[in-house]
Design a protein around this ligand. Structure first.
Ligand code: PLP
Length: 340
């Protein structure tokens, strides 16, 4: 949100009236610990995180967590649901640590749906899911049931709906979507159970013990995240974020379904993401794809080109995206239809 960006920009110029930038203070400076503490407290409050979990702010992105997860939790066998590029990358890392069972995959259909009928082995150490598939626009709108503890990559949908954290031993995500920092929510007593040596920086225990301050954390992203968490709280919390996300998504999907020039790519409507809305030109208008992109860009649309691996269009409607911006895209689509 604009106000989050403005407050963060102000702290880059002058943090808490100290005359110093947030980027040049020590992370051990007395004014910074309260930033981390409040961010952790708001995480716990907004997501209703039960006792016994830690919230960590780390560097390395979700991609480093793909490796830290199996390093810390995979003793013998882990189950993964293959719903896209990110799930596949997570599986690739896990294979270095033990047996990886792909319980189901929608790769054969370019990940345009989320598989439903599969069995999670009861002897797996964990079951890993990607709750929102940023590239393909599919999303799990509810927490699944699993016979073993779950782990979720929530990089692109965290804070967009209430979650039952107790179903998970770990939830993690990268930055630059609903939050500016890489985060990990980890169940304390699930850590320390594997028999291998874990390098210090890759061991969750290090960061639990150090309160994300074992070494210099991403200070500026944590500050920006705190402003975002305050904004979410002031705007009604995750239930309200979910309501707004659904409203925005319903508006845009309705136009995609109505407009003769476009169609959605996700085959099972129940799987349609509220965060990343993917669509293509209908076959008879395929030749106009570049024209629509140019038309929409000239009208001020930014970043609606689909991911390079799927093409078409992707409207990312993260929490900060106002309804008016979604309406502006709809207007573009309607004007383009009239022109043709
Ligand atoms: N997982 C998901 C669902 C993502 O959308 C992304 C990035 O877009 C990643 C993982 C990778 O995140 P990072 O760039 O922080 O490694």
């Amino acid at each position: 949100p604009r106000e989050v960006i403005e407050k963060t920009a102000q702290a880059v110029l002058d943090f808490n009236g100290s005359g110093l930038s947030i980027m040049e203070i020590s992370h051990r400076a007395k004014d910074f610990q309260p930033v981390v503490d409040e961010a952790v407290a708001l995480f716990k409050e907004l997501l209703n995180i039960p006792e016994g979990y830690s919230v960590l702010f780390l560097g390395g992105g979700a991609s480093l967590e793909f490796c830290m997860i199996p390093f810390n939790f995979l003793e013998k066998k882990a189950a993964y649901l293959n719903t896209g590029v990110w799930a596949k990358k997570a599986m690739k890392e896990a294979k270095a640590f033990g047996e990886v069972v792909e319980v189901a995959s929608s790769a054969e259909a370019t990940y345009t749906y989320i598989p439903k009928d599969y069995t999670v082995p009861a002897d797996a150490d964990y079951f890993h899911v990607t709750t929102n598939n940023t590239i393909y626009g599919t999303e799990l709108h509810e927490d699944l049931d699993s016979p073993v503890p779950m782990i979720a990559d929530m990089s692109s949908d965290i804070f967009s709906r209430p979650i039952d954290v107790s179903k998970y031993i770990c939830i993690y995500g990268g930055a630059q979507k609903n939050l500016a920092v890489t985060f990990v929510i980890v169940k304390n007593d699930a850590v320390g159970k594997v028999s291998r040596y874990i390098p210090t920086m890759l061991n969750y225990q290090t960061h639990i013990d150090g309160g994300s301050m074992f070494n210099t954390p991403p200070v500026l992203p944590i500050y920006a995240a705190l402003q975002t968490l305050r904004w979410i709280k002031a705007n009604g919390g995750v239930a309200e974020m979910q309501k707004r996300a659904k409203e925005k998504a319903d508006m845009l999907y309705a136009e995609i379904d109505r407009n003769k020039m476009f169609r959605g790519t996700v085959t099972d409507k129940a799987d349609r993401s509220y965060m990343n809305i993917c669509f293509v030109m209908n076959d008879e208008y395929k030749d106009l794809e570049a024209d629509f992109l140019k038309f929409a860009t000239e009208k001020g649309m930014v970043g609606i080109k689909g991911h390079r691996s799927v093409g078409g269009f992707r409207a990312s409607c993260y929490n900060a995206m106002p309804k008016e911006s979604v309406q502006a895209l709809i207007d573009c689509m309607q004007e383009f239809e009239k022109l043709h």
